[in-house]
Design a protein around this ligand. Structure first.
Ligand SMILES: [Zn+2]
Length: 307
């Protein structure tokens, strides 16, 4: 039996598609790592867990052209270009995840990295931030086109890559379900933190399926890791240590670190949604001793005071 993801599907890659095996952790450069799971055989691609920063990454990365081809049909049936079933629910989730951090501001800027057409940050701005903030500018970084704003106080700008942004800093940076798609995401992550203003807010959501993958395998069920769509698996041990291990000088403070919001809605896929709630719930009882949550999310503030 095989379990797949509704937004991506794994693909077997041949030797010509793959770069040489990675020796070091792609986040902290440590060589102290262990094999965590097998993605495919001949050519072998495994999942490695770094024993220093706890990032889990594929042992071999695909060439850029292979990834471009894979993504050329990835978004075909998703008009918003967003991997989230209920955009309004998700916007509300981000707003209330940063309690008391959106007080009246004359201007508020959002960087929505990998935000598809920008519909989540637009919903966040229109339905929530406009209650207290004025002049909201949203910068969306994604391949696809950005939607148009119908509200005068909200502007939307489109960038096709993060490198196009260099001087502007942001009040809020969103990186929802995007980091795992980059073969070498440390560069992007470092840039995202550097683009935060003082007291700026950061939200990220990543897959964290390794514990589930291992559990299901014990019952003879093969879970699709959706490689090469997903190249990394970043859970609680990675995110809880990011401020100390990877970015000790950035004055980052974790507000919340927890299983991610359920990606699908009951209307869209009832069984999958129900299962997601059932699997995520025990974490609230057992915390770091429980990992069968499928995804992780983190809410961070960039502190203005040096530690
Ligand atoms: Zn590492």
């Amino acid at each position: 039996m095989k379990v797949t993801n509704i937004y991506h599907q794994g693909k077997f890659l041949s030797e010509n598609d793959l770069m040489p095996p990675e020796e070091c952790c792609l986040f902290c450069r440590s060589k102290n790592k262990k094999i965590a799971a097998v993605i495919q055989k001949q050519p072998d691609v495994d999942l490695f867990e770094c024993l220093e920063c706890h990032a889990v990454s594929a042992s071999r990365m695909p060439f850029k052209e292979v990834l471009d081809k894979y993504y050329s049909y990835y978004y075909d049936n998703n008009s918003s270009k967003v991997t989230m079933g209920n955009i309004t629910k998700f916007a509300k989730h981000i707003y209330y995840g940063f309690p008391n951090n959106f007080e009246g501001k004359e201007s508020f800027s959002i960087l929505d990295f990998g935000g598809g057409n920008g519909s989540i940050s637009y919903a966040l701005a229109k339905d929530y931030l406009l209650k207290t903030c004025k002049n909201i500018s949203i910068s969306v970084v994604d391949y696809s086109e950005t939607m148009r704003s119908e509200v005068p106080d909200i502007s939307l700008k489109h960038y096709s890559s993060l490198s196009q942004i260099d001087v502007e800093k942001f009040d809020l940076v969103l990186a929802s379900a995007i980091i795992e798609h980059f073969p070498y995401p440390k560069e992007e992550l470092t840039k995202l933190f550097s683009l935060l203003k003082e007291n700026g807010l950061f939200y990220a959501r990543t897959p964290y399926v390794l514990p589930l993958l291992r559990l299901l395998k014990r019952f003879g069920i093969e879970m699709d890791f959706t490689y090469p769509g997903h190249l990394h698996d970043l859970g609680q041990d990675f995110w809880n240590n990011i401020t100390n291990k990877l970015y000790p000088d950035e004055n980052l403070k974790i507000i919340r670190s927890r299983p991610s919001i359920v990606e699908t809605s009951f209307n869209q896929d009832f069984i999958k949604t129900l299962l997601a709630y059932i699997f995520k719930f025990p974490w609230y009882l057992f915390r770091r001793f429980y990992g069968y949550v499928g995804g992780w999310e983190i809410f961070i503030i960039k502190d203005s005071i040096k530690k």
